[in-house]
Design a protein around this ligand. Structure first.
Ligand code: SAH
Length: 350
């Protein structure tokens, strides 16, 4: 057991013993803040691997998509590339290298909370600007916003139907173990009327942080121009159930066993986020499976030309492509949601 694990689990136990159960949202927020702040979790040696770390093609095609749209929108300057939770900065490096070939050289802004990852990002893109939230991103030109596996890390709130009605899902103690329990406070008023009747045990999950960020991003698109690509695993229709999961060393683990030592994520509810963006006046370009989106941007052609250039890597390139677009891999579960300013053209692939 590492110090961090003992540390956060012990803090939660003490807090719960003294003041009662804490909300799942509080639990997930604190756990992920601790988790990301202290480490670089990406790659084979870490806990999980993401699309930009699988292949340079992922970031390149995003750079191409952004450049195409920016050119057709009239090449406005200044223009800002804003990445949410950029990890190692790999996506930004690949996207900016490609965009530059088409004359798009935006200022680079990173919204990042992790001290450890900021250091890695600084080495990858020394000229970038760092922000705690979108609020401090400049307002003087269009914004090209990208987030890959960012929204899924934001804390979710869960409501559970009990014999006494709807309650918030909390984390309590069973001896020394952290376990989910139903809260005391009636929460029926927080459930939309159409979903209020439900069988005991039904769970409704929402992500207020994701809603807030999409609300703000959409407002920026409307006010400043620009477009956004949000890529994550998730669903296109609203549905019930908990999607909370924890991953450590590339395996699923119990989300309540070692807070701060495993990556906690939940599926992104793209349907709700699209309607929030539209309610602010932004244009929803669509939400499509990652495989389909990458294919329409020409990933297979790009893979062939990379393999022709470096035949010794042809097998690796083929298997990376399959990982990104294969239906049993990331191609179907991961979705790409596109948003744009109402004055901007539609993007490729939606
Ligand atoms: N986009 C990268 C990394 C994904 S991991 C990739 O695809 O490889 C999630 C990223 O979001 C990390 O950089 C993490 O530090 C960051 N992050 C998580 N919660 C955050 C928060 N509340 N505010 C800002 N960044 C956050």
């Amino acid at each position: 057991m590492s110090e961090g694990e003992a540390g956060l689990a012990a803090i939660f136990r003490r807090l719960i013993a003294n003041t009662g159960p804490i909300s799942l949202m509080h639990y997930m927020g604190e756990s992920n803040a601790r988790y990301y702040n202290g480490r670089d979790p990406l790659g084979d040696e870490g806990d999980f691997i993401t699309a930009p770390e699988i292949s340079q093609m992922f970031g390149e095609l995003i750079g191409l998509w952004l450049a195409d749209l920016w050119i057709r929108a009239g090449r406005a300057e200044p223009v800002h590339y804003v990445e949410l939770g950029p990890g190692r900065g790999t996506l930004a490096v690949d996207a900016m290298r490609t965009a530059r070939r088409y004359g798009l050289e935006p200022r680079v802004h990173f919204v990042e909370s992790s001290t450890a990852l900021k250091e890695v990002q600084l080495r990858a893109l020394p000229g970038a600007f760092w922000h705690d939230s979108l609020t401090s991103v400049p307002q003087d030109g269009p914004v090209l916003i990208v987030g890959n596996e960012f929204l899924d890390a934001l804390p979710v709130r869960q409501l559970v139907m009990t014999a006494q009605g709807w309650r918030e899902r909390m984390i309590g103690l069973d001896g020394d173990r952290l376990v989910p329990v139903a809260g005391q406070q009636p929460m029926d008023a927080a459930v939309p009327e159409a979903r209020r009747e439900a069988a005991p045990g039904t769970i409704i999950e929402t992500c207020p942080g994701a809603a807030a960020i999409v609300y703000e991003a959409a407002g920026r698109l409307v006010a400043q121009g620009g477009a956004a690509l949000l890529i994550d695993y998730g669903h296109e229709a609203i549905r019930d159930g908990s999607t909370l999961q924890a991953v450590r060393a590339h395996s699923r683990v119990d989300p309540f066993a070692a807070p701060g030592e495993a990556d906690l994520t939940a599926h992104v509810d793209f349907a709700t986020l699209a309607s929030i963006a539209q309610s602010r006046g932004a244009k929803w370009l669509g939400t499509v499976p990652q495989g389909q989106w990458l294919r329409s941007l020409g990933i297979e052609t790009r893979a062939q030309s990379l393999a022709a250039y470096a035949p010794q890597h042809a097998d690796a390139i083929r298997s990376a492509t399959e990982r990104l677009i294969g239906e049993g891999q990331m191609g179907l579960l991961f979705k790409v949601m596109g948003l744009a300013s109402p004055d901007w053209p539609d993007g490729v692939g939606f």
